[in-house]
Design a protein around this ligand. Structure first.
Ligand SMILES: Cc1ncc(COP(=O)(O)O)c(C=O)c1O
Length: 462
C-alpha cells in the first residue's frame, strides 16, 4: 500500500504558527488536518481527497467504550461495516477491540477476509440468503433474525445439520422517532414479536439467546433509547420467566449522532448532540433499572457506526469557479459533489477555507461538478469571496459517504489516513478508467463499431 511519511516542506510555517489550526474555527481557515498541511495533501494525492484521522477514530472508540464500560458490567462494540467498510477503517476498530456487524454477503465476506472470526461477526439485516445463513452457521456467527422467513430458513439449515443454533431476534419498537424504522424486525407494537417468541420456543433447532433493536440513525433524543431499552428489558424478562430462555445479550444497535454535525433542522452553532456519556446513561441506566436484580445481566452489544467515524473524516475540495447568482448571492462550483457526499441531502457540513482568504463572509451556495441542478453540497456556507483554485475542507464526512458514494460522471478520489506520527497512507487509490470498466464486457459484434463510425464521419465530411 503506498505510503508517504510526511516530510514537511512547510515545517517552518508550522513552527511559526502560520499553519496549525487543526480544525478551523468559524472565522479561520482549516489549513492543516492533524498537523499535515491541506495543500501538501492535495499536491501529493490530488483533489478532491478524503482524509481520515486515525487518532480521532481511536479516540472516539475509546471514549465510547469508556462511557459504556464504566456503567455496565459487560459491553461489546460491533463495528457497523455499512457505515464505512474501508479495510483500514475496519481494522482500526478491530484493533481497538470491536467485533463486526454486517448485513449482506458482501459485508460478511469482507469481515471474514479481514480475518474476523465467525463468532465475532453479528449477522443482521433483512436479506440473508440461504447460502449466507449456512455459512454463518458453519462459522458460528451470531445471527440476528429479522423476519419469519429468516426463522424458517435457519430452522431448515439447522435441522439438516441436526444441530441447535443460538439466535437473536430484531425487535421493532416505536420510541417516537419519525419515521419509525418499521421495515425491520418483529414488531412489539403488534403480536408479531410475541409470535416470534412462541415460534422459537417451539423450535427444536433454534434457541433464542439475544434481543436486538436498532431504532434509527442520528438519534438526538436519548429518551428514545430509554424507551427502547425498557421494552427490550421487559421482553427479556418475559422470554426468561415464561419461555425459559436464557437471554445472553441485549443489542441496542447504532444510531448515535455525530458530534458537531449540524442536523439541518438546527441552526448553525447549536450543539444539540448528546455525548457518549449521555447515551450510555440512558441505555445502561435503564437496563440496570429494568432488569430484576436476581436476573443474569446480559452482555450489552452496541453497533455504533456514525458517531465513531464521522468526525474522523474530511473532504478537501477545490473551487472550479466562483460567481454571483442572479439574486447577487454568492455561489461556487467545486470538484466534489453529491456523487461523493450523499449525506449532503440532510447534513449541513462545516465548510472551511483551507487558506487565509480576504473579504467578509457571506452565505455561499456550494455546487458540485455534476451536470445536475440538485448537485448542491451546501446551500449557505458562510465563506469569504472565493476564487478558482481555492481549497475548502468539508467536515465531518466520515460516515456513509464513502460506502454510498457513486461513480457517476467523475472518478472517485483517493482516500488517505493520517497516522499519529505524521504518516500519510493511501487507504484507497483514486479510481481510474480500468477500475470503472473492469466488469464491463463488449460483445465481439460491437467491437469494431467505433472505427466504422469514424470512417462514415470522415467520408461524409469529404
Ligand atoms: C442494524 C444496524 N446497526 C447499526 C447501524 C449503524 O447505525 P449508525 O451509523 O447510525 O450508528 C445501522 C445503520 O443503519 C443498522 O441498520
Amino acid at each position: 500500500m503506498p505510503r508517504k511519511p510526511y516530510i514537511p516542506p512547510t515545517i517552518q510555517k508550522v513552527a511559526n504558527g502560520l499553519f496549525g489550526k487543526n480544525v478551523a474555527t468559524s472565522d479561520g481557515p482549516c489549513d492543516t488536518i492533524d498537523s499535515i498541511p491541506v495543500d501538501y495533501l492535495t499536491s501529493q494525492y490530488g483533489s478532491p481527497l478524503f482524509v481520515f484521522s486515525e487518532e480521532t477514530l481511536r479516540q472516539q472508540y475509546r471514549d465510547a467504550c469508556r462511557a459504556f464500560s464504566s456503567r455496565y458490567p459487560e459491553v461489546q462494540f460491533a463495528w457497523s461495516y455499512k457505515t464505512n467498510y474501508l479495510k483500514a477503517i475496519c481494522n482500526v476498530f478491530h484493533q481497538e477491540g470491536a467485533i463486526a456487524e454486517v448485513v449482506s454477503e458482501f459485508e460478511y465476506e469482507k469481515a471474514r477476509a479481514a480475518d474476523v472470526a465467525g463468532c465475532d461477526i453479528i449477522l443482521n439485516g433483512p436479506c440473508k440468503s440461504r447460502p449466507l445463513l449456512q455459512q454463518a452457521v458453519d462459522d458460528g456467527a451470531q445471527i440476528q433474525l429479522d423476519h419469519f422467513r429468516d426463522i424458517e430458513q435457519l430452522e431448515q439449515i439447522a435441522a439438516v445439520a441436526n444441530t441447535t443454533v443460538e439466535v437473536g431476534i430484531r425487535l421493532t419498537i416505536e420510541t417516537g422517532l419519525e419515521p419509525a424504522w418499521s421495515k425491520f424486525g418483529f414488531s412489539c407494537e403488534s403480536d408479531e414479536a410475541e409470535r416470534a417468541l412462541q415460534r422459537l420456543a417451539d423450535s427444536r433447532h433454534l434457541q433464542l439467546v439475544g434481543l436486538h433493536c436498532h431504532i434509527g440513525t442520528f438519534v438526538l433524543d436519548t429518551n428514545q433509547y430509554r424507551r427502547a431499552v425498557e421494552r427490550m428489558a421487559a421482553f427479556a424478562v418475559r422470554a426468561t420467566q415464561e419461555f425459559g430462555c436464557t437471554i445472553k445479550y441485549i443489542n441496542t444497535g447504532g444510531g448515535f449522532a455525530s458530534r458537531s454535525t449540524l442536523h439541518s433542522q438546527y441552526l448553525p452553532g447549536d450543539d444539540v448532540t448528546p455525548s457518549f456519556d449521555d447515551y450510555a446513561k440512558a441505555i445502561c441506566g435503564t437496563l440496570l433499572e429494568q432488569l430484576p436484580p436476581r436476573m443474569h445481566r446480559p452482555k450489552l452489544y452496541l453497533e455504533t457506526g456514525r458517531a465513531l467515524v464521522d468526525q474522523a473524516g474530511y473532504l478537501i475540495t477545490t473551487v472550479l469557479d466562483a460567481r454571483l447568482k442572479d439574486d447577487d448571492s454568492r455561489a461556487a462550483i467545486v470538484d466534489a459533489g453529491v456523487n461523493l457526499l450523499c449525506t449532503a441531502a440532510w447534513h449541513r457540513f462545516n465548510v472551511w477555507p483551507a487558506q487565509e482568504l480576504p473579504g467578509d463572509s457571506d452565505a455561499t451556495t456550494i455546487y458540485g461538478p455534476l451536470c445536475m441542478n440538485i448537485d448542491v453540497v451546501c446551500s449557505a456556507a458562510p465563506l469569504p469571496p472565493l476564487s478558482p483554485g481555492d481549497q475548502l475542507v468539508l467536515h465531518p464526512v466520515g460516515a456513509y459517504n464513502i460506502t454510498q458514494s457513486m461513480q457517476f460522471i467523475m472518478y472517485r478520489p483517493a482516500v488517505v489516513m493520517l497516522g499519529s506520527d505524521g504518516e500519510v497512507d493511501v487507504i484507497r487509490e483514486r479510481e481510474q478508467l480500468g477500475h470503472v470498466e473492469a466488469l464491463e464486457c463488449l460483445p465481439e459484434r460491437l467491437q469494431s463499431g467505433n472505427q466504422r463510425m469514424g470512417t462514415t464521419l470522415a467520408s461524409s465530411s469529404q
